[in-house]
Design a protein around this ligand. Sequence first.
Ligand SMILES: *Cc1c(COP(=O)(O)O)cnc(C)c1O
Length: 375
Amino acid sequence: MKTPRYIIDEAALERNLKILKSVSDRAGVRILLAQKAFSCAAVYPLCAKYLAGTTASSLFEARHGHDNFGGETHVFAPAFIPEEMDELLGLVDHIVFNSPRQVALYGEKARAAGVSVGLRVNPEVSVATTPAYDPCRPNSRLGSTRATLNAQRATFNLLDGLHFHCLCEQGVDELRKVLVGFEERFGDLLPQMKWVNFGGGHHITRADYDVDELVALLNDFRARHPHLTVYLEPGEAVALNAGTLESRVLEIQPPGEDGISNAILDTSAACHMPDVLEMPYTPRVCGAEMGTAGPHVYTFGGPTCLAGDTIGTYSFPRPLHEGDTVVFEDMAIYSMVKNNTFNGVNLPDIVLRHVDGTEETLRRFGYDDFAVRLG
Ligand SMILES: *Cc1c(COP(=O)(O)O)cnc(C)c1O
């Protein structure tokens, strides 16, 4: 068996999709896949059975969703690239601008192309736990505050909808707080809108997420604003815990001063799971505990020359050996979409494990995938 490989678990993906579909059915909302988290076109036909469409933040993502997923295609960007606007407007149903200035530049043109126009607003309610994932942090470049919007009221009449995105891996309590701030600051504009987009960051498919509370909150909002179509655009929640990254132990080094052995794997944090270093976080490993409490402790590191290319320290009940397989959990999201070939490290295969257990290799990478981007 070739390693490393990402394995997308079709059954787990479908379980998530069914939960999301139940929310859209029970709450009368439309749910889109935020492709930034997960963009595997091979499973888009499956996703499209349960979701209303996709959202994008670039021309390429928009085209990817339009061509492979169908349904509705939405796009938001902090600023759009002028040369791409015509092509983009041919692909999308909704375009969400980040500022009244962008609405003034492109709003008329979008409307003339039959595209519904929205503005991303900043409700100024910080609920995300780290600044890197808090679009409401001070001086945020994402979304217009009410003060910014008031300075350019002329754009109001170009708007069909409002969009906010303030959550990151969060639950209904945080959404409720954001929604209160949103309605306080922007509620007076809602009568003239056709839709509102509640963004992503809803961890709807996590085991402890209160789906009934979400449905109640959404139904309450819709009862108060019956003319509005409500969108949610989760990324993570679509493919949460729906994939793994399988790798192999290349070498186990003798224990260091602290008694812990470095194990070099054929997978890299820097290349194959960048969020481990960027977010940062420590991924779960199948059959291991995080930390040093157990009898056989290893720090996993990648094959690059980067000193910081370490994944985490784990305890195993039995010793590991060279050639053993190590499986990282929850690796469908923010992994394939962010990986890279730093140091010439090859990309993992992408494998789809079907519901019946059979495995299909969707993609295998090689030297050309490394060299093609280097000029
Ligand atoms: C990242 C992002 C999403 C998806 O966020 P998740 O945390 O993956 O659910 C949705 N909308 C916007 C505007 C985003 O930037």
